[in-house]
Design a protein around this ligand. Sequence first.
Ligand SMILES: [Cu+2]
Length: 367
Amino acid sequence: MTSRCLQPRGDVVALLLLLVLQYAALVTAIPSPDHRDPSSYNYGQRACRNPPVRKEWRTLGKSEQTRYLNAVQCFLKKPAITPKSIVPGVVSRYDDLVATHVLQTYSIHYVGHFFAWHRWFTAVYEEALRNECGYTGAQPYWDWTLDVPAAKWAKSPVLDAVYGFGGNGPLIPVNTSNPFEVPGRTGGGCVVDGPFKNMVVRMGPQSSVSGNPRCLSRDLSPYFAGRYLGMNQTKLTLSQSDFGWFDRVAEGGPSFDASGIHGGGHYGVGGTYGEMGDLYASPSDPIFWLHHANLDRVWWSWQMRNPRKRLFDISGPIFLMDYNNTQGGNVTLSFPMTLGVNAKNTTVGQTMNIKGGVLCYDYDKLY
Ligand SMILES: [Cu+2]
């Protein structure tokens, strides 16, 4: 398997399960934080007063946008806290978070805690920017429904070269015989403009954490974004009546043709050759956090449409794509989650309410 874009399709499930077991051993070996700052990121059980309010990227003022981008640059320069014995290639705090995602890839996707884990992961990043880089705002989100149909995609304000994350990479020729070729991809090379054109990506590609310094790549697929990131697909996701189906529609199936809004953002930006299209190392692209903040906003919108029934509605498999529960049961509120050195371990139940448990933030607008 030489492609950097790995779709967990049927014929690799056995391999995936092997990897899960391998990583389970590794992940449990990660010590939880002791005297480090990040141990305080779980907000304890204190009341959530004055939560940071997350806003859409283009509604921020230019100075707010600049302050956020500067905070990311700061975080990219902070030294890593992950022991080299666990992740040999870590250099920066940013690498700490990417590595955490890489190591757990097959235990946090296509599972019942996919949304909970990524909600918490994004909140811990937001809190790290605030605690370690003096950022005073909230994590922005990217409402991609504003940037489709396809013809608008590459002109998204999120991809702006000055007040955004920069745009596409130069085209790597399309090869339709590659099974991992994302339909409609238009780039693939190093990002050539914006604040991250000189960024050093170290984690990945795929499951490697040995440190592979390289540029940040993007491979925009306007077609893919247009197909999966419109209001139609978002409404379809929001119309599901229980969490299990909400999650499955959002995560989609194991092929490009069966994608949902989650894959829409990953492959719409990352295509085949960009970091966002790498199932393991996708948080390497700072756009990841804006995409996941919006996915979280979709989930919170869904929860808030019927909070009595949905605030604590959780289901879905413990093991990757085990929707028939042949390998294990379903996730419950007491299901444990870890972010390694980046935060104190928690449970799914502690992340169901964005203004309670271990979380404290809000959204300006819901779907
Ligand atoms: Cu992920």
